[in-house]
Design a protein around this ligand. Structure first.
Ligand code: ZN
Ligand code: ZN
Length: 443
């Protein structure tokens, strides 16, 4: 066990023997920032929910974009970025051992074209106005979503179909205005429900059918405000409630809100079917600690927003899963990835890659940005296998001996995530702002 002071907030944090084992396994030095500062630093280069209109710098067509039109970097629409007529090696740079590596990576990052939206471009069908997404069909304004169909404004979804206005929904269909639903059908105006069918205005119910306004119930049928009715009686009552009218809905909404308050509010962590796990909103995971909003995670720590199975042996990983292992200090890396460190937005099939951004299907790449289907590249320049290995070792050594030091005096050596200036966003646009809001400093 080790106790350290965070380089950023100066507070003490502990690295335990399991953590040390993991760092040894993936051959990185132990972190110098505390877990919370690491989450903020990582997600300060991610922006799923803030989008703008701007024109593609290649075809000039109007596109939804994570980057504001005044952001001076070159931005390509989905079609132009994923097209085969360029691969990123056009922007290759020679490594200069006299200058800090991060300065050179920053330079490269401002030369290459960036893709307007965070999506697995070719997997999106008729879902142009969505971001943070893969494998969508006929979706509209759907953010942080994978494998969904016919969904309109909704967010944080996995296998969600024919639904609208929901958040945190998994493997559910025909739902509306609900939060935290898992394996539900026909579930409306409800929260934190699992395995429910034909349920209205209910909270924290599991495996319930045909219920209205219920709280904390398990495996029941035909309940209204936690009172049991016969099947026919229930049908009669349902007619009286006028659920098919706007008026009926408004009355019931108010009634349910006050009824929910009369019931003991169980501290709801959203956790379900876990083994040896700590965290919130964690499903079907095991042997993992400090997770937030995760599904099917194993032997991992400090991970967030993992919505697609499976994730194994990962630390400091912010989304989104889908057959990944050995990921460290990375975000938006998924769809088969292994041994990816200090990187973001590299998918699908990314292996043995470090300090890379938007390097899709990269294998053995180091410090690359907007690179496609390449191996043995450094700063987007291709090398032979041996030459690559040699130069990679040299850069890591140089990063230790000649680190980048930012204005605040923080040292960015090998083992740190990217310096904050690499981010293409203002803090107020990023996912970090959503979860760790900051007020504007007074001048
Ligand atoms: Zn800290
Ligand atoms: Zn274009």
């Amino acid at each position: 066990m080790e106790t350290k002071n965070c380089q950023n907030c100066k507070k003490e944090f502990i690295i335990d023997s399991n953590d040390l084992g993991f760092y040894e396994k993936i051959k990185v030095p132990s972190p110098t920032w505390c877990p919370e500062c690491r989450i903020i630093r990582r997600n300060a280069s991610k922006s799923v929910w803030t989008v703008y209109w701007r024109n593609c710098n290649k075809c000039d067509k109007k596109t939804l974009s994570m980057y504001h039109k005044d952001n001076p970097v070159s931005v390509y629409c989905t079609d132009c970025w994923w097209a085969d007529d360029w691969d990123g090696t056009e922007y290759a740079m020679d490594y200069d051992s006299k200058r800090p590596f991060f300065e050179q990576l920053y330079e490269l990052s401002r030369k290459v074209p960036w893709v307007a939206k965070e999506t697995l471009g070719p997997s999106m069908i008729n879902s142009e106005y969505c971001n943070g997404a893969t494998w969508l069909r006929n979706c509209y304004l759907t953010f942080w979503a994978d494998y969904c169909e016919n969904v309109t404004p909704s967010s944080i979804l996995f296998k969600f179909k024919d639904s609208s206005d929901c958040m945190r929904a998994r493997e559910s269909e025909l739902c509306y205005e609900s939060i935290g639903i898992n394996k539900c059908y026909n579930t409306y105006f409800s929260e934190e429900c699992e395995g429910c069918n034909n349920v209205w205005f209910s909270r924290n119910c599991y495996n319930c059918n045909d219920c209205v306004g219920c709280v904390n119930l398990r495996g029941v049928t035909n309940y209204i405000f936690n009172v049991k009715y016969g099947k026919e009686e229930y049908a009669e009552k349902l007619k009286e409630l006028q659920l098919e009218s706007w008026y009926g809905i408004q009355i019931l909404k108010e009634k349910a809100k006050s009824f929910w308050l009369t019931k003991p509010y169980r501290e709801y962590t959203g956790n379900s079917l876990n083994l040896n796990v700590t965290g919130e909103y964690v499903f079907e995971s095991k042997n993992s600690k400090d997770l937030y909003l995760c599904t099917n995670v194993e032997n991992s720590r400090y991970c967030q927003f993992i919505t697609v199975p499976t994730t194994k042996d990962c630390y400091d990983y912010s989304g989104w899963g889908a057959n990944v292992e050995l990921i460290y200090e990375a975000h938006s890396t998924g769809e088969k990835a292994s041994n990816v460190k200090f990187s973001f937005s590299g998918y699908p099939d990314t292996y043995d890659t470090e300090y890379s951004i938007w390097s899709t299907s990269a294998k053995n790449c180091f410090g690359c940005v907007s690179l496609k289907r390449k191996k043995y590249c450094i700063l987007n320049k291709e090398y032979g296998k041996e030459e690559y290995e040699k130069l990679r070792v040299q850069i890591i050594e140089d990063m230790k001996n000649n680190p980048y030091i930012d204005k605040e005096g923080r040292v960015w050596s090998y083992g740190e995530f990217f310096p904050l200036r690499i981010s293409m966003f203002g803090y107020n646009e990023t996912d970090s702002m959503k979860f760790f809001p900051k007020k504007k400093k007074k001048p």
